[in-house]
Design a protein around this ligand. Structure first.
Ligand SMILES: *Cc1c(COP(=O)(O)O)cnc(C)c1O
Length: 372
């Protein structure tokens, strides 16, 4: 029994006719760049997230960049985020001309540790981007309180958390802006690249719509120097269809996570994901921590179970950020996690047999690795 890390084919097979019809509709109307299929998805996604506005863009990275620009972040500013994230969070900050300033993650939730904010604060700090890593919303309560006290903007990196809840509210509705990626492997995935910004803020929404379309509010009337980061019509049509199943698919991910955690609880030298009681996670990844990762991954591979690492190098230790001069030891929890994390397969299409295969492979491998 093989368990691939991801199975998009299985995800799309039952939807194939509907997906082809949706794409055909786009072809019939030739609405390929932006247009009505994107607007309809934006309306549905805004409603889903519990916000007034969603702005469809070209990728999750575009979404972060656009939100930062729209909120006035630029050269000389500092934006606080975590080093344990996908590089895009930091890239978007850097591309505005601002500087990323890192705060370590909490050892249990793997999201921004609010107790680190005070030390990272300087007169240049303008914003905070908590990352809802692996589908669990960061502890927004204390982050928002800190931000309010110091006049800072908060932007959610919700690229791994479509549909996740925090105190009953959806990811993407908790701060000034929420940034989503619809990269194919995300909980809601397009047929290519796509992203969105969510916001309650009407003025910000209007400005971002103008910016993503070459700064034009009317055709060939360019009020600001913008960019082209529109969403494709085909992506809008596909995403609107797939959004229908998102809550159900997230529930299936939680069920897989529950089965894994039940089976693995009490196993020595295996740290399991911890879900805080303030929210409901959507398990984009199920990452465990093991001390001897290489042997562990090798053992699983030999038993047909694919694994991955999110992320093997924290952002502050990437060559791209060497200029920040943050060496080894700067953020010990992120660094330890980077050395120990292993992501197991988790997606709604996993069969009972595959789930049991993963559980058995993990159990047997761990015993063998510990005995060695
Ligand atoms: C995927 C991801 C992004 C970037 O999204 P793209 O659509 O690939 O540009 C940003 N942040 C996080 C945490 C992500 O997982």
């Amino acid at each position: 029994m093989n368990v691939p890390f991801l199975n998009l084919k299985a995800q799309h097979a039952p939807l194939k006719d509907e997906l082809l019809n949706a794409i055909e509709e786009v072809i019939e109307t030739s609405a390929f760049a932006g247009g009505p299929f994107v607007s309809r998805f934006e309306e549905d996604f805004a409603k889903f997230c519990g916000v007034e506005h969603a702005i469809g863009v070209g990728s999750g990275t575009d979404a972060l960049w656009l939100a930062l620009l729209g909120l006035g972040i630029g050269p000389g500013d500092e934006v606080i985020t975590v080093p344990m994230t996908f590089i895009a969070t930091a890239e978007a900050i850097s591309r505005t001309g601002a500087t990323p300033v890192f705060v370590d993650i909490d050892e249990a939730t793997y999201t921004l540790d609010p107790s680190g904010l005070e030390l990272a604060l300087t007169p240049r700090t303008k914003a905070i981007i908590p990352v809802h890593l692996f589908g669990q919303v960061a502890d927004m309560g204390p982050i928002l309180t800190f931000a309010n006290r110091h006049g800072l903007i908060v932007i959610e990196d919700a690229a791994q958390a479509h549909g996740a809840l925090y105190q009953g509210a959806r990811a993407g509705s908790l701060a000034r802006a929420g940034c989503f990626s619809f990269y194919p492997g995300k909980n809601l995935g397009a047929f290519g690249e796509a992203g969105a910004v969510t916001t309650h803020d009407e003025k910000l929404a209007r400005e971002m719509r103008v910016f993503r379309d070459h700064g034009q509010s009317q055709k060939y009337q360019h009020s600001v120097v913008g960019w082209n980061c529109r969403m494709d019509g085909i992506q809008g049509a596909v995403l609107r269809l797939k959004l229908r199943d998102l809550d159900r698919n997230n529930a299936k991910r939680r069920e897989v996570a529950r089965q894994y955690s039940n089976a693995f609880s009490g196993m020595p030298h295996l740290a399991l994901p911890f879900s805080h009681s303030r929210g409901l996670p959507v398990h984009h990844h199920y990452a465990v921590r093991v001390p001897n990762r290489r042997e562990f991954m090798k053992g699983l591979h030999e038993k047909g179970v694919a694994t991955a690492i999110h992320y093997p190098v924290p952002v502050h230790l990437q060559p791209a950020y060497a200029h920040l001069r943050l060496g080894v030891g700067s953020f010990p929890i992120s660094e330890r996690c980077a050395d120990e994390f292993v992501s197991l397969p988790i997606y709604p299409e996993l069969t009972e047999l595959q789930i049991n295969t993963v559980i058995e492979a993990v159990t047997k491998t761990l015993v063998a690795v510990l005995a060695a």
